[in-house]
Design a protein around this ligand. Sequence first.
Ligand SMILES: [Zn+2]
Length: 81
Amino acid sequence: MSKCRSCGAPIIWITTKAGKAMPCDAEPIFFNLADLDDKDAKFLIKDDGEVAKGIVNPAGDLVGHTSHFATCPQADKWRRK
Ligand SMILES: [Zn+2]
């Protein structure tokens, strides 16, 4: 497991289907697939690199990770690089 260089949070790197390594929060999130127009949905990256739009649900049948870009308090610094 790695740590975010900006905020120190535990992160994992997942390679997406597009071939890009993406920093994600290490904590797994359980979710269900959302409809495309669902406003409460958020993007989650599954362990196999597939990006899904889901509704967080502790009893959900899928598991993924939140992009750390979305949760890092220092994300502005990251983006500038
Ligand atoms: Zn961070």
